[in-house]
Design a protein around this ligand. Sequence first.
Ligand SMILES: Nc1ncnc2c1ncn2[C@@H]1O[C@H](COP(=O)(O)OP(=O)(O)OP(=O)(O)O)[C@@H](O)[C@H]1O
Length: 532
Amino acid sequence: MAKDPSFLFAGVHFNKRKFASDFARFEEKQGTDDSVNTSSLFRTAVAVQEKVIVSPVKKRKRRGATSDPVEGFNVFKSSKLESDPPEEQAEKDEYDPSKEKKELFRQMEHDAVFRKRYNIHVSGANIPSPLQDFAELKTRYGCKPYILRNVCKLGYKEPTPIQRQIIPVLLSGRECFACAPTGSGKTMAFVCPILVKLKDATKDGIRAVIISPTKELAAQTTRECKKLARGNKFRIKLMTKALIRTPDLSNFHCDILISTPLRLRLAVKKRKMDLSRVEYLVLDESDKLFELGLVKQIDFIVKVCSNPAIVRSLFSATLPDFVEDLARTIMHDAVRVIVGRKNTASELVNQKLVFAGSEEGKLLALRQSFAERLNPPVLIFLQNKGRAKELYEELVFSNIRVGVIHSDLSQMQRENAVDDFRAGKIWVLIATDVIARGMDFKGVNCVINFDFPDSAAAYIHRIGRSGRAGRRGEAITFYTEEDIPYLRNIANVMTASGCEVPPWILSLPKKKWKKHRPKRVSISTKPEDQEE
Ligand SMILES: Nc1ncnc2c1ncn2[C@@H]1O[C@H](COP(=O)(O)OP(=O)(O)OP(=O)(O)O)[C@@H](O)[C@H]1O
């Protein structure tokens, strides 16, 4: 694999004298957040369509369905119907007693072709037709004009594939699991139907709850909800520390509440918050929420959301079988929607593996690359907060505007780091996995895994901070000798999303992936007596 890392930062040449103009370019990008290039997103969906095979009607074994083709409907078999001349068809229809059935059949056929085009795979009974365009929100579901106005203001021209299918599923009152690549618009896919269904603000307790694994993501989701709800008087609330301090929350009401599991559980247990009237429960980044540390809290929340008419939905870019199995035990007649193949990285990210030799080698590679080429904004991931701090200390006095985010910082410091990165005040943000999931920084050009990720899912989510909403991105993963046994797992993700991997890596033995966080040599180059 390439040993000279100087090529890493393909992109704008980082000439310090030209610093100002580069930076202005970066700032400009941040300013265009709302006018996302939707057409490329649309193109991506169409570009991958050829890869899908449509299978005939059959009962499928769910376990093996990970990357199965489209659900049971044979588009090819029925295409003969379409070739009938119109007059002949009209004649047939006139005398056909089961005209309605035929109509239904035709609609199903049309839906299957449409899904194939957008690489949407579904399973479950009676799945509603996907959206052709946003206008159908009004024609099919009578949504209020403010939503379409906001969609337009956000610059969304076409629904993304996950939005095309999940919005009708949720609007028809079905529970669902949704798995679609990072940066493919899952947030809007669950927020929009909630807004349509809730219609107007009321004071009927808490009506919808969205759970996010981190405070940062919860705050971001709250902002996205508010953007889409602009013009309506909905009460959209983030569960903050201050809110939890309220002595009695038993009469608290809001239309949509966004929280981390821990805070919500506290609010219910200690402040008597009542979730019995919740109509919609969304578990975002659901595989993270079902991990050992959080599953108890989720279990508690699911139980206290006791409204029998509740609609629950799970979203993530990675959805392991065990999460589906767990979720199935609580869901009724759920629809499963997968865009592309399950558990794969975004195809918009160009991924590279770089052998850095040692910890010292990683730092050298990074410095050299920054000196030669830098294409900000850049995100750097490390395996823990201690190492994130060390790297920050090493880079803070260079000419690069660098920031750091980890769980030892106060909430305010964490928010400031995210805001400064978004605003372009920070070029390079050093982070732990605390922001690896869900955070939407839009213009991130490059993600660097300074420390090898501890699982394939962590890799997919980390690199997914780049290559969002139709934009291209780059991901570089440093590895040392101790990471080699796990290289194959990442290499498999890379090949599945169309990136090249040297054959020797693909011939490494498969290794069962347990959390890989080896004890690594310190990054610090300071003499020991100068360390705090
Ligand atoms: N229909 C659309 N057209 C264009 N851009 C969109 C559309 N829907 C959402 N976006 C934009 O796409 C970006 C990614 O959306 P979002 O954060 O919801 O992705 P995600 O699928 O939840 O990603 P992750 O798995 O990383 O959480 C956002 O900047 C959002 O504004």
